[in-house]
Design a protein around this ligand. Structure first.
Ligand SMILES: [Fe+2]
Ligand SMILES: [Fe+2]
Length: 380
């Protein structure tokens, strides 16, 4: 795999990703810093399964044509807050960054934690790539400004995770990923549903861990968790922006599109459940029961998404937890069958995963009236 030469970089070394407002510049710096390409990390980031973060592309012209006039007042408020850049300089190691003993970390925990960091970095980077592409291709001032601001934040988030990974001698090759990772095409409306949800669930995940570790600092085995509060506020704003984008066209959240919303809610929730259950040592070290954590995150996310979605999933329904467990078991069996090259076991596990998903998505959703006020403040 290609190894980058630091001398080739034209980025001034004194700058840190936390200070940079231009996403392109940030990524250039991150690439220059990853002088030692870590093949295994990049391989993890390159994986394209249902459970790994993907890269997206869309119809940028359609996105560019959005008129935010119907939500102008809220829009200007949100943009002004993002322009004020409250987290500039935040995503940088300081005196709160404790020493991490990577060498002596328990091997299973180390493996799962690295996997967590690499997939988080890929997810942040995936947002950055999509947002900066929109900024580059668009002409609509409102839209390009929003996407530039969001790309700025995601580049910082990825940069900060890369700082943490470098200490473990690991680097994700961002340039390689940009060129070689497969891009999934989604129509703009699917980008709204998927990205809005991933921003809001990202907020709920980060804040739940942050609040838990506030109460149980003895479980904070890595300093990066101390940064989660401001971090999730960025994701919160990004989610707000997508809520406003969807609000410009009421058709997006009514009629048969409600079925799409239900599909994305079910897919995003169940994917999170299955993926988190693949990291038992990581959750044990945090002192978090993954079932409790999932329930907590789903509850918060449902409460938040009521701002724009007319339905929430009934996560208290008896079939909900059962369906998630079936799905998780099917996925675990699928991984074993794939590794052992057992064709029929693989087909069987896939069929069970599909049937678990059907049982989840057919649970009747809860309906409610969407409030006229859309913008919210992070309250958890
Ligand atoms: Fe982010
Ligand atoms: Fe985000």
């Amino acid at each position: 795999m290609n190894i980058q030469n630091p001398q080739k970089s034209d980025v001034a070394p004194a700058k840190h990703t936390s200070e940079i407002t231009d996403a392109e510049e940030s990524l250039k710096l991150q690439e220059a810093q990853s002088v030692v390409d870590s093949e295994s990390a990049t391989e993890v980031a390159m994986q394209n399964t249902l459970l790994t973060p993907r890269f997206y592309t869309t119809d940028f012209d359609e996105l560019d044509a959005i008129d935010v006039t119907p939500v102008r007042e809220d829009w200007d408020k949100l943009i002004a807050q993002m322009v004020s850049d409250p987290n500039k300089g935040h995503f940088k190691k300081n005196e709160d960054w404790d020493h991490v003993d990577w060498e002596n970390m328990e091997p299973t925990l180390k493996k799962e934690f690295l996997d967590f960091l690499i997939s988080s970095c890929t997810a942040e980077f995936s947002g950055c790539v999509l947002y900066k592409e929109m900024k580059r291709r668009g002409n609509n001032k409102d839209i390009t400004q929003l996407f530039q601001l969001m790309a700025r934040d995601e580049a910082r988030h990825a940069g900060f995770i890369n700082d943490a990974l470098r200490e473990a001698g690991v680097a994700v090759n961002l340039g390689f990923l940009t060129q070689k990772k497969k891009y999934t095409y989604f129509r703009p409306k699917f980008i709204y549903y998927a990205t809005y949800l991933s921003e809001k669930i990202g907020y709920a995940r980060y804040i739940t861990i942050f609040r838990h570790l506030e109460k149980h600092p003895e479980h904070r085995f890595h300093p990066i968790f101390k940064w989660f509060e401001e971090w999730c506020n960025d994701e919160f704003s990004h989610g707000e922006a997508f809520a406003l984008l969807m609000k410009t066209d009421p058709k997006l959240t009514s009629g048969k599109n409600v079925l799409w919303i239900k599909f994305f809610l079910t897919a995003v929730y169940s994917t999170m459940y299955v993926r988190d259950h693949q990291r038992p040592a990581f959750h044990k070290a945090l002192g978090v029961d993954p079932d409790w954590y999932a329930h907590e995150v789903f509850t918060k996310t449902s409460e938040l998404t009521k701002q724009i979605y007319p339905i929430t999933l009934d996560i208290e329904h008896p079939r909900w937890q059962r369906g998630l467990e079936k799905m998780q078991k099917a996925n675990a069996d699928l991984a074993v069958a794939t590794k052992d090259g057992k064709f029929f076991a693989k087909i069987g596990a896939q069929a069970r995963a599909v049937s678990a998903f059907i049982s989840l998505i057919t649970i009747p959703a809860k309906k409610h009236k969407v409030p006229t006020e859309t913008l919210m403040r992070p309250a958890y």
